[in-house]
Design a protein around this ligand. Structure first.
Ligand SMILES: Cc1ncc(COP(=O)(O)O)c(C=O)c1O
Length: 452
C-alpha cells in the first residue's frame, strides 16, 4: 500500500470535513488554530465529543487518545467536572473575578500537598505562560540571561523556548554539542544567541556544556520525559539536579504534559527529584485553560508586590483570567478524582493493558512497532531500537507509523497522526477492546499489503 492511497481513502470517507476545511482555510490561517493541528490531506473536523469518544462532521466515531493533547484526563464532560463547574455558576455566580477568591486557595493547598517542591504558586492561563513566567523568575533570581533547554523538548509557543524543538539534522550540530535552531519564522536572533542546547540523556556532554557556560545560564528547563513518553535516565536526572544546584543554575521541570499523568505528583514524584520551579498545565485545569508555576519560596517571592514598590525589584506577572473559578473548579474536581484510592491505579492498569495488547499484536503480525512511555502516556514507535533522545527519533519509520495512523482512523481510533496516546478515566474495557480490534485490523492490513 501507499500513503497516497491511504490519504485518498481518508478523503473519500470524509466529504464534510473536506468541504469544511476548504472554507476554513480561507479565513482561519491554514484552517487551524495551531500549526500542530494540521495534517494532510486535511485535519478531521469534529462536531461532538462524548466521554472517551470524538464524533466528526461525517458521523464517524473515534476512541479519542488525543484528549485535547492530554488535558482531558477524566475524558470529555466527566460528571464530576460538570458538577463542579455548574456549582461555580450557582455559588460564585461568575466565570471570572479578576481577583483572589477562595477556590484558588483550595487549589493551592492541593498542589502544595501533591508537589512537595512547591512552597508557593501562581496561576496562568496556559502552559506557555507558565514556562515564560518560570524563565523570567529564573532570570531575575540569577541575573543571568541565557537559558539551557534540551533538544527536542517543547515548552510552548513563546520566543525563547522555540529553539531546537524539532531541528533538522543538517542544522542541529553534533550530538555532543547541539546548536540552537529556531523553530519559527519571526523569533528575534536574540533568543537563538541566548540559548544553550543540551542533548537529553547524555550526561558527559551535558556536564561539559553546563560547566563551561554556567556563568551565563540562568535556568535549565526540561521535560523530565521528552515529549511526555521518552523517560530521562534516573542517574542522569539526579546528576543534573546536583550539578545545577552546584553551578547556581535554576532547574525547571516543565510538567505540562507529565503532571498528574506519570504519577499524580508528576514526574518529580516518579523520579524522586525536586526541581526549583515547575510548570504545570493541561490536566490541572480539568479541560479548561490553565497553567501553574510552583516552586521555591525565595524564587516565587520575587513576583510578590509586597516586596517593593519599585518595579525594578519585582518580577511582573499578570493575566486577566489567571485563577478563574471555572478552570480552578474543573481542575480541583479532576485532582480530587485522581486522589481517590484506586482511580489513578485503574488508569495505569488500563494503559498497561492497552500497551501490552499493542505490543503483542506487533509481535503476532511481525511488524516493527513497540509502545514506549510511563504512567498514562505512551507512544507507538515504528522501530524495534531503543529510543532515549531526540536524535534517536530518527530511527522511527515515520512513514510506517503514518500508515498505521491512517488505518487506525479508518478503524475508529484517533490520536492525531504521529502523536502520542493519552488515557482518560473514561477509557474502560469497551474502549480498550475496540481500540485493540482497530490495531488488529490495521496491522493485519499492513501485513497483508505492506507499505511501499
Ligand atoms: C511540555 C509542554 N510545555 C508547555 C506546553 C504549552 O502549553 P499550552 O499549550 O497550554 O500553552 C505544552 C503544550 O503541549 C507542553 O506539552
Amino acid at each position: 500500500m501507499k500513503i497516497s492511497s491511504l490519504q485518498a481513502t481518508f478523503q473519500q470517507s470524509r466529504p464534510n470535513s473536506a468541504a469544511f476545511f476548504e472554507r476554513a482555510k480561507h479565513t482561519i490561517s491554514g484552517g487551524v488554530n495551531g500549526n500542530l493541528r494540521y495534517f494532510a490531506p486535511f485535519p478531521i473536523i469534529f462536531e461532538k465529543a462524548d466521554a472517551a469518544s470524538l464524533i466528526d462532521l461525517d458521523g464517524h466515531r473515534y476512541v479519542d487518545y488525543l484528549l485535547s493533547y492530554g488535558a482531558l484526563m477524566l475524558g470529555h464532560a466527566h460528571p464530576e467536572v460538570l458538577k463542579a463547574t455548574q456549582k461555580v455558576w450557582e455559588e460564585q455566580g461568575t466565570s471570572s473575578f479578576g481577583a483572589t477568591h477562595p477556590l484558588e486557595m483550595e487549589m493551592t493547598d492541593e498542589l502544595l500537598e501533591l508537589y512537595p517542591s512547591f512552597d508557593q504558586v501562581r496561576f496562568t492561563n496556559s502552559g506557555l505562560e507558565a514556562t515564560l513566567f518560570a524563565l523570567r523568575l529564573a532570570t531575575a533570581s540569577t541575573g543571568k540571561t541565557h537559558i539551557a533547554k534540551f533538544e527536542g523538548h517543547y515548552h510552548g509557543a513563546h520566543d525563547h523556548v522555540l529553539q531546537s524543538v524539532n531541528p533538522t539534522a543538517d542544522l542541529a550540530g553534533t550530538t555532543d554539542s547541539p546548536q540552537p535552531v529556531p523553530e519559527s519564522l519571526g523569533t528575534p536572533d536574540y533568543y537563538r544567541d541566548h540559548s544553550v542546547i543540551l542533548p537529553f540523556n547524555d550526561w558527559d556532554a551535558c556536564e561539559k556544556i553546563l560547566t563551561k557556560k554556567a556563568d551565563r545560564i540562568s535556568a535549565v528547563i526540561m521535560e523530565p520525559l521528552l515529549s511526555g513518553y521518552i523517560a530521562a535516565d534516573r542517574t542522569f536526572l539526579k546528576n543534573l539536579r546536583e550539578l545545577t544546584a552546584q553551578l547556581g543554575i535554576i532547574l525547571i521541570f516543565d510538567e505540562v504534559k507529565t503532571g498528574f499523568r506519570i504519577e499524580v505528583g508528576g514526574a518529580q514524584a516518579f523520579y524522586g527529584v525536586e526541581p526549583d520551579l515547575t510548570a504545570l498545565g493541561k490536566v490541572v485545569g480539568g479541560g479548561f485553560p490553565i497553567g501553574v508555576v510552583g516552586g521555591k519560596r525565595e524564587i516565587m517571592e520575587l513576583a510578590s508586590p509586597l516586596r517593593s514598590s519599585k518595579k525594578s525589584e519585582v518580577v511582573f506577572h499578570s493575566g486577566t483570567f489567571n485563577g478563574n473559578p471555572l478552570s480552578i473548579a474543573a481542575g480541583l474536581a479532576t485532582i480530587r478524582y485522581l486522589k481517590q484510592p484506586g482511580n489513578f491505579a485503574q488508569m495505569i492498569a488500563s494503559t498497561n493493558q492497552l500497551r501490552a495488547g499493542i505490543d503483542a499484536l506487533a509481535k503476532q503480525y511481525d511488524l516493527p512497532f513497540q509502545t514506549l512511555g510511563e504512567g498514562t502516556i505512551f507512544n507507538v514507535m515504528a522501530t524495534q531500537d531503543s529510543v532515549e533522545s531526540y536524535r534517536d527519533l530518527g530511527k522511527n519509520n515515520n512513514q510506517l507509523r503514518l500508515a498505521l495512523d491512517y488505518l487506525l482512523m479508518e478503524n475508529g481510533v484517533y490520536s492525531k497522526p504521529m502523536n502520542r496516546f493519552s488515557i482518560s478515566a473514561a477509557h474502560g474495557q469497551t474502549e480498550i477492546s475496540t481500540t485493540l480490534d482497530a490495531f488488529e485490523k490495521s496491522m493485519a492490513a499492513l501485513k497483508q499489503d505492506p507499505l511501499v
